[in-house]
Design a protein around this ligand. Structure first.
Ligand code: MN
Length: 255
């Protein structure tokens, strides 16, 4: 039974090497985020010899204003990966003041991704969901967006789905009623597992990549189907996304 985690921060665990070893032993497929272009090469090295771990190139919205000068490095590294993240917008109180700068950085990144033939993108949208969807609509060729921890209304989820978005869900997101209500509105064939470890926690401990598939249990309740069927749906979604991501990469190589 394959384990999958489409959004975690391997480099930010206290002992990244140990987490990678255990993930490899358990056969977990991981999309490993980075928060700055400077962190990309080191984080990618963590996954050396671990073909099920893919490293995404990111510039986290909470750092976008102070690290905008790393955009040229982002551009230089972009051909090395089919995956981009963590990127996005954060409109919560501590970061609201930089929202315009964040939007500028995000638009630059989306344009670079479009020029590169499209990438698979993992996006943060805390307190900035409508604005994030507006920016994605401006640059539809940026690739395939995965909205991470997206606690939107049914209407926002419909709009995101029409824009081609996928949704990655952490066990921690399903702890809140709001999270569960959002997930219930998402199309089953666009839902993927994530942990957002080590930031996201369970019982006071960080979530680890092999725990993301725990969402199968609650999804089974929400969808009113057996757990095995919910897990099979997640795996089939992941397979489809991986195939599509490869196509994006191949298209770029041909171009
Ligand atoms: Mn994250």
């Amino acid at each position: 039974m394959a384990l999958i985690d489409l959004h975690c921060h391997l480099d930010l665990y206290p002992e990244p090497g140990g987490v990678v070893r255990e993930a490899v032993d358990r056969g977990v497929y991981i999309l490993s985020m980075t928060t700055t272009p400077t962190a990309f090469e080191g984080t990618r090295k963590l996954a050396h010899g671990a073909p099920r771990i893919r490293t995404a190139l990111g510039l986290h919205p909470e750092l976008a204003a102070t690290r905008a000068h790393e955009l040229p490095l982002f551009e230089k590294l972009l051909p090395k990966t089919a995956y981009v993240g963590e990127i996005g917008l954060d409109g919560s109180r501590p970061h609201r003041a930089t929202l315009e700068q964040q939007a500028g950085v995000l638009m630059d990144i989306l344009l670079l991704c479009a020029r590169a033939g499209g990438k698979t993108l993992s996006l943060h949208s805390r307190e900035a969901r409508p604005m994030l969807l507006d920016l994605l609509a401006v640059e539809p060729m940026a690739g395939r967006p995965i909205l991470h921890w997206f606690t939107g209304s049914a209407r926002e989820i419909r709009r995101a789905t029409e824009l081609g978005c996928w949704f990655s869900i952490s066990p921690a997101m399903l702890l809140s009623k709001r999270g569960r209500v959002s997930v219930a509105a998402m199309p089953r064939d666009r839902v993927l597992p994530e942990t957002d470890g080590p930031f996201a926690q369970q019982n006071g401990r960080p979530l680890y990549p092999w725990q993301a598939m725990q969402i199968s249990r609650l999804l089974a309740e929400i969808w009113n189907i057996p757990i095995e069927e919910a897990a099979a749906q997640l795996r089939s979604n992941f397979r489809r996304l991986s195939e599509l991501s490869r196509e994006l990469l191949d298209a770029k190589v041909i171009a």
